[in-house]
Ligand binder design. Structure first.
Ligand code: ATP
Length: 440
């Protein structure tokens, strides 16, 4: 299968099965914003939960935060976003489409849309922040911005979290939330969008220990990607050269994934020094220094940041899981999603719509729901079709209730990837599934 085919197949499966829909589709869509349907929403929630578990719940040195999207506009002056959060933009003099200068084709002075050459002049810098107004007056004084990253919420709350959670440096602040960027050339489905969610963690350390912590977090984040089951050969790291470094960064490494459209950033790990706290201290006039409990050290902590997009992780999970195979002459498509992030864990089928099998299946479905195991009961269509639907949804286990269930109370559990089937007691299904979810 060619790579461009793979993006097409994922996009169409995502729509067909209810993972991702175009936003406001009945009106022709909205520029690069997407809605997550019943399965996509579950997948997204599971990705976020895995991140939160590993970054917050399983640690004692990271605290969670949910800061607001709208902030005092001075935050963006201090952070450098008002002046520096820009991309170079060029406009085609023929068709007037606008592009980021690193769009393929633009570097050779050929318009990717109309194909004309020698159409681009000098680039101008375009600020990616969305503007809006706060309150009933629409003037410059009331202009506010939709946050383009969640990180600033953590910096301005550094002292609040440090004091209330009684954390000592080194410690981190983690946050999952929406971010907005008026990207010049969004695209590649949910890879680059204008509204998206970030999972970011700011780790505050004593200056001089930042290099060590940087290496620690880079390897922890790589491990997390591996733990989601993403193929190792599809991941690599890319360290930013001096010319690529953002205005705040001392060092930055991208964890990249090999997408069908090339190697691209999946997650960034950044060493930000005391740039952010220092700027907020200067601009707010409030002291943001850390004083150690013994009172003999006072310093502005350095920050190591990890930043990854939820939608980008979802796209990687879908691409990585998409599998086509031929079983005894029959084509099968399945998503080999890690069971922890799979939207539905178990599907229950009665083999036939008679002899009390639907009622038995319904009872098992209710037990699974009561155990808070996301599940689905499918009574309609041939058993083959029911399997196919669940394979495309990435459901790891399908349980079939059949005639033998009436005799000995056992059911079959079919494994999505290996197609192995085993018989277990129906009353053990919830425990079997919970045990297997813990094992992976
Ligand atoms: P890029 O170079 O791809 O524009 P960036 O370097 O600006 O990304 P960061 O500011 O480091 O990205 O953001 C952290 C993470 O947020 C990225 O690694 C990516 O996973 C995600 N992300 C950033 N911009 C977008 C976007 N427009 N759409 C979806 N996810 C995004």
């Amino acid at each position: 299968m060619s790579d461009s085919n793979l993006m097409g197949k994922i996009t169409s499966l995502a729509k067909r099965r209810g993972f991702v829909f175009q936003s406001s589709e009945i009106y022709g869509g909205a520029g690069s914003v997407w809605d997550f349907g019943p399965l996509g929403n579950e997948l997204k929630r599971n990705v976020k939960e895995q991140w939160w578990n590993s970054m917050v719940h399983r640690r004692d040195d990271v605290e969670g935060l949910d800061s607001s999207i709208l902030m005092n506009p001075k935050v963006w002056e201090a952070s450098g976003h008002l002046d520096g959060f820009t991309d170079p933009l060029v406009e085609c003099s023929n068709c007037h489409r606008r592009f980021r200068t690193d769009t393929p084709g633009v570097d050779e002075d050929q318009c990717p849309t109309c194909g004309k050459t020698e159409v681009f002049g000098d680039p101008r810098m375009f600020n990616l922040m969305f503007k809006t107004f706060m309150g009933p007056v629409e003037d410059e004084a009331s202009t506010v911005f939709l946050r383009p990253e969640t990180a600033q919420g953590a910096y301005v709350n550094f002292i609040n979290v440090h004091n209330s959670a009684r954390q000592k440096v080194p410690f981190g602040i983690a946050q999952i939330g929406k971010a907005f960027r008026n990207e010049i050339t969004p695209g590649n489905f949910i890879f680059r969008t204008r509204e998206f969610e970030q999972m970011e963690m700011q780790f505050f350390v004593e200056p001089g220990t930042d290099d060590e912590w940087f290496e620690y977090w880079l390897s922890a984040r790589l491990e997390w990607s591996h733990s989601l089951g993403i193929a190792e050969k599809k991941l690599r790291v890319h360290e930013h050269g001096k010319d690529e470094l953002a205005h705040y960064a001392k060092k930055a490494v991208d964890i990249e994934y090999e997408f069908p459209f090339g190697w691209q950033e999946f997650e960034g790990v950044h060493s930000r020094t005391d740039f952010d706290l220092k700027r907020h201290q200067e601009h707010s006039g409030k002291r943001l220094e850390y004083i150690d409990p013994a009172g003999n050290k006072r310093f502005l902590p350095y920050v190591v940041e990890t930043a990854v997009g939820v939608e980008r992780t979802v796209l990687i999970a879908l691409l990585d899981a998409y599998t086509e195979e031929n079983v005894d002459g029959v084509e099968r498509v399945f998503l080999s999603l890690d069971p922890r992030i799979a939207p539905t864990k178990v599907a229950v089928f009665p083999l036939m719509k008679k002899e009390g099998l639907p009622e038995l299946a319904d009872g098992l479905y209710e037990d699974l729901r009561n155990a808070a195991i996301p599940s689905f009961c499918d009574m309609s269509g041939s058993i083959g079709r029911r399997y196919r639907r669940q394979d495309e949804a990435g459901t790891p286990w399908c349980v079939t209730v059949d005639k033998q269930t009436l005799e000995d109370g056992t059911v079959t559990i079919r494994d999505r990837d290996s197609l192995n089937q085993e018989r277990i007691a129906m009353e053990m299904v919830c425990k079997w599934v919970s045990d297997h979810l813990l094992k992976v």
